[in-house]
Design a binder for this molecule. Structure first.
Ligand code: AMP
Ligand code: MN
Ligand code: MN
Length: 333
């Protein structure tokens, strides 16, 4: 039996299921948790869903996202199956990590740095999003899609491909997106909620990031301190997507944004354009991700020290790389 079939048969045979996503959730994670949870509910399962972070309010406009619960709400629940989605390592589920060994564990993910920490691991690094894998699972189970579920599932496919423009956008992505639109997904609604819903404070935060930007040929980096966020009344969610602006600069191969929020916690976001595998740098620093998009996080840290460490490693990776622009290998994401 293939791993895909094993996952389907486990999902169908268990009754009490807990679906978990990662801390600091993105659109793919929220979409995957909500779509899998709703799909399994539609075949009569007792399913609950958890994410150990505040979910940004605009995601709550999507169907089934409101039913995602907190760690406090879920710690008394005793599932016979736990499904972790879009997480490359067990610490990504935050405090839920303490529950992972209390039930059979399935991991469904698309990160090349996945540590295979489940009893059953369905990892497809060719899949552009975990939401795409969830769609294939729901389809194989025979879940009925309506416009609301289709839109929630489409959300993750759109966000993890940068709305169909990153190098992971392939024919399969577009075919699945088209299937979901046929089932009633609303692309304009998704684009409008995610891309056209900014506050003026977010734009001012972006201006600060641009002001702080340093360009060293193929490398562009910038930083936002806790003071930058707090003086504008912003949180870390307000800078989501900013690192792509750094990558968009001509001649830049790798872009890095250092963001400190809350005080002493530094998140590092890496993006690359054509050839540098940033997941290797992030993994070496305790994080993970994909070839073109990766990240790592520090606690009790000094942002300047983090910057020194990360930039040193990145400069070495750029210099030591066997590829030059003009001899670009096939993007492997
Ligand atoms: P971000 O830069 O936060 O948007 O993350 C880019 C990619 O890296 C996503 O696929 C994340 O799942 C992954 N990632 C970000 N932060 C971490 C981390 N601390 N540990 C593992 N993977 C991460
Ligand atoms: Mn994610
Ligand atoms: Mn993802």
């Amino acid at each position: 039996m293939t791993k895909f079939c094993s996952v389907i048969s486990e999902l169908v045979s268990r009754d009490n299921i807990l679906v978990l996503g990662h801390v600091m959730p993105d659109g793919d994670d929220i979409s995957s948790v909500a779509s899998l949870t709703e799909g399994l509910r539609r075949i009569g399962k007792n399913v609950r869903a958890g994410i150990d972070s505040v979910i940004p309010s605009y995601y709550k406009l999507f169907f089934a996202v409101n039913s995602i619960e907190t760690f406090e709400q879920l710690c008394g629940f005793q599932p016979d199956l736990i499904v972790v989605v879009d997480c490359s390592s067990p610490d990504r589920v935050g405090r839920f990590q303490s529950l992972l060994r209390t039930a059979r564990l399935i991991v469904i993910d698309h990160h090349e740095t996945n540590l295979m920490f489940g009893d059953l691991n369905l990892i497809d690094i060719k899949s552009a999003s975990t939401a795409q894998m969830v769609y294939n699972i729901n389809k194989a189970i025979g879940i009925t899609y309506d416009s609301e579920l289709a839109t929630t599932n489409y959300l993750g496919i759109a966000t993890d491909t940068g709305f169909f423009k990153y190098s992971n956008t392939d024919a399969t992505v577009l075919k699945i997106a088209a299937e979901l639109v046929e089932l009633g997904a609303k692309p304009y609604f998704v684009a409008s909620v995610i891309l056209e819903n900014k506050t003026i404070e977010q734009l001012k935060l972006l201006a600060r990031m641009i002001d702080h930007t340093v360009i060293e040929e193929k490398l562009a980096y910038s930083w936002l301190s806790y003071e930058d966020y707090s003086t504008l009344g912003c949180t870390e969610d307000d800078s989501s997507g900013f690192v792509s602006e750094l990558r968009s600069i001509k001649s830049v191969e790798v872009a890095i944004l250092f963001s400190e929020y809350p005080k002493g916690e530094v998140h590092v976001s890496f993006r690359s354009k054509q050839w540098l595998n940033v997941s290797k740098i992030a993994a070496a620093l305790g994080g993970g991700g994909h070839a073109r998009a990766a990240g790592c996080s520090y606690k009790n840290a000094d942002i300047k020290r983090v910057m020194d460490e990360v930039l040193k490693l990145t400069r070495e990776a750029l210099v030591g790389s066997e590829y030059e622009v003009g001899q670009i290998p096939q993007a492997n994401l």
